[in-house]
Design a protein around this ligand. Structure first.
Ligand SMILES: [Zn+2]
Length: 243
């Protein structure tokens, strides 16, 4: 084989037989030295350990006669290494109410299969939370709107994923928190003056510390939206219609 040299030759070295031998041995030595990480990945045939750790959440919905108990069990991958990771492995939902048995079993089997498949499983939270019941949703204590029971199962999985560090809340900056607190104080002061004038107007619904009469925020689904200076402002997440 001939090689055409187009650049100027600036230096050269004669390849000796021992150099050739060293070159041939080098890549092998390199491969041996490379750190071999024993990373366990999620896949369908990953054997279930005898015992798994998990959490059980209780869901009480006006759409359901009995409470639902949602159990999510986790598997700890690569325990004790830098790759240690806790991931959901299976989900069970129990209830005295047998009316919904069919779809609950189907949902839990599919969710467990998705968990075991590996990769990013956090997307199912948004999928479930977007499900709405055509008969109408309901408010949980705390003023959070749940569009359906499936959405609440999604919210429970989200809470669990936050607990195990799979989902992180978007960090609110101190400045944002201070701004919300400031707006809230101003609103409450104004509201207090109003109730002093007409105490019968005072609404006594449970809204988890948000002013009575607050409406539903479209961003965080919480009854915390109040009108301030002619502008809808959320006292929970800081959303404001006027930017
Ligand atoms: Zn909000």
């Amino acid at each position: 084989m001939t090689i055409k040299i187009e650049k100027k030759i600036k230096g050269y070295q004669v390849v000796k037989p021992e150099d050739k031998a060293a070159l041939a041995a080098a890549p092998v030595a390199e491969a041996k030295e490379a750190p071999v990480a024993e990373v366990i990945q999620m896949h369908e045939s990953l054997e279930r350990p005898e015992a798994l750790i998990g959490s059980t959440f209780k869901i009480k919905s006006p759409l359901f006669e009995h409470a639902l108990y949602v159990t999510i069990n986790d598997i700890v991958l690569n325990a004790g290494t830098a790759y240690e990771q806790r991931r959901p492995f299976e989900i069970f939902i129990n209830s005295k109410n047998m009316d919904h048995f069919q779809w609950i079993v189907a949902l839990t089997r599919i969710l467990s299969a998705v968990f075991r498949k590996g990769g990013d499983v956090t997307f199912i939270v948004e999928e479930l939370k977007a499900v709405f019941d055509p008969r109408g949703g309901y408010f949980k204590s705390g003023g959070i709107y749940m569009p359906s029971i499936v959405a609440e199962i999604g919210a429970v999985i989200e809470q669990h994923m936050k607990n195990i560090g799979l989902i992180h809340d978007p960090e609110m900056t101190d400045a944002q928190r201070a701004l919300i607190a400031e707006k809230r104080a101003a609103y409450e002061q104004a509201a207090q003056k109003k109730t002093e004038l007409s105490p019968t107007d005072a609404d006594t619904n449970d809204s988890a510390g948000f002013p009575p009469g607050a409406t539903l925020c479209g961003k965080c689904n919480t009854k915390a939206l109040v009108l301030m200076d002619g502008c809808q402002t959320c006292l929970n997440c800081g959303y404001s219609k006027c930017g």
